[in-house]
Design a protein around this ligand. Sequence first.
Ligand SMILES: [Zn+2]
Length: 216
Amino acid sequence: MKLLNTILNFIFPVNCISCSKKGVDLCLDCIIKSPTAERETTNWIFPLYDYRHIPTKKAIWLLKYKGKRRLAEIFAEALHGKIAEELADLTIFENFREPILIPIPLSKKRMHERGFNQAELICKKLVDLDTEKNLTLVTNVLIKTKETEHQAKIRDRNIRLKNLCNSFEIKNSEKIKNRNIILIDDVTTTGATFNEAKKVLKQKGAKKIIAFAIAH
Ligand SMILES: [Zn+2]
């Protein structure tokens, strides 16, 4: 993969949208220096960066809509430190052990349009980075069954919540029974998507569920 990236960068040179450094659309240095998400979010949702910061917003857009998959790896590197930090405490105080990593899924239709799930790409890289083999990636449990309007496009809170209602389904529920779960998504706005996913996972017997997003 590294070699392929090198070759691709040679043929189609890319530069960091923030500092112009060669090699990637947004470099790790710039991501780490991005303003962090200051706004409080609800129960056990940890967003990393402020979505209003233009380079952050643009990088997520490039990943999702322009297929710049390499950015998923960069985001995962940034996320990895934050997860490790939170887990250090959670393991001690909440007995949060051997968590399962679950990316917020896309509907079949959207997956077909995009060809990949950005949250899943981030999760795959997180597993690579997890040298202690703490995390297990599970992608066949939480399923998005309902095609929903983009949450960010809906202004009314009630309609937003309604939009998500019953949009997820659980398969292979034995995999999550009594397990701790880490949900991963690219952006969280009101936390409604995470909360809806949590609700169905809890109903099927999941233990503690926490969530991380790149931006809020
Ligand atoms: Zn940069």
